[in-house]
Design a protein around this ligand. Structure first.
Ligand code: NAP
Length: 246
């Protein structure tokens, strides 16, 4: 198996895309630390699914935007599994609204979770990767980082920020055997998109050349590829998973 012996940490792995990523990494052979912020029962189910695949799972609760929690959580995972080889910064939220009506706190929270969260977790995890001279960091952005979307200026800014962050970090650590890449999903069936009004869902779906939403597993397969040795010469890039939307 391609990820046998590797240890992964997936943020926001209790639901949706993060959950699929955690399970598919385990299916590929990795032991997986399942991070969540609120949905403990859902996270437990993910851990059971991973264990049913014959892999070890470890539940780790922290808010990616809180530096102390992140440091403590990463320490726990490293103590439990001995190291972290693969980091998937997946945790993300939306607080949509047109800019003229957007509250500063909606801007702050989205940027804190989606962008600062990736910075904090990466900063905590990367020293171990540098020491071992092997690592895979995959940041989950979005098609709206490239296309823009009315009502999502905060979200699109955070997701575009992840691309610049990833490109720069890729250059910093390229000689240490660490790759840093981005996966940019399009319209994927999860709680996040289920929360959209039916009209908005239909309008979005009508723009997808493949004529359907993607599944969380279809995003997870791209992440597993980037985490594997097959992607050893790929760094600083963006892999779009969007049915042709961008
Ligand atoms: P989702 O169904 O809403 O799940 C979000 C996950 O993130 C949950 O597991 C949640 O855990 C976790 N999370 C939220 N805030 C957190 C925090 N502060 N700290 C730690 N974990 C936190 O979302 P999704 O659709 O799977 O999205 C996953 C990622 O893909 C996000 O970054 C999103 O922006 C991106 N994305 C999604 C789509 C799409 O169409 N669905 C498209 C492009 C990009 P708790 O419930 O435990 O808080």
């Amino acid at each position: 198996m391609e990820l046998e012996g590797k240890v992964a940490l997936v943020t926001g792995a209790s639901r949706g895309i993060g959950r699929a990523i955690a399970v598919e990494l385990a299916r590929a052979g990795a032991e997986v630390a399942v991070n969540f912020a609120a949905s403990e029962d859902a996270a437990r189910e993910v851990a059971s699914e991973i264990e049913a695949l014959g892999r070890k799972a470890y539940l780790v609760k922290f808010d990616v935007a809180e530096p102390e929690g992140v440091a403590q959580g990463v320490k726990e995972v490293e103590e439990t599994f001995g190291r972290i080889d693969i980091l998937v910064n997946n945790a993300g939220i939306t607080r949509d609204g047109l800019l003229v009506r957007m509250k500063e706190e909606d801007w702050e929270r989205v940027l804190s979770v989606n962008l600062k969260g990736a910075f904090l977790v990466t900063k905590a995890v990367i020293p171990g990767m540098m020491k071992r001279r092997w690592g895979r960091i995959i940041n989950v952005s979005s098609v709206v980082a490239f296309s823009g979307n009315p009502g999502q200026s905060n979200y699109a800014a955070s997701k575009a920020g992840l691309v610049g962050f990833s490109r720069s970090l890729a250059l910093e650590v390229a000689r240490r055997g660490i790759t840093v890449n981005v996966v940019a999903p399009g319209f994927i069936e999860t709680d996040m998109t289920a929360a959209l009004p039916e009209k908005a869902r239909e309008a979005l779906l009508s723009q997808v050349p493949m004529g359907r939403a993607g599944t969380p597993e279809e995003v997870a397969h791209a992440v597993v590829f980037l985490a594997s040795d097959k992607a050893s010469y790929i760094t600083g890039t963006v892999l779009h998973v969007n049915g042709g939307l961008w």
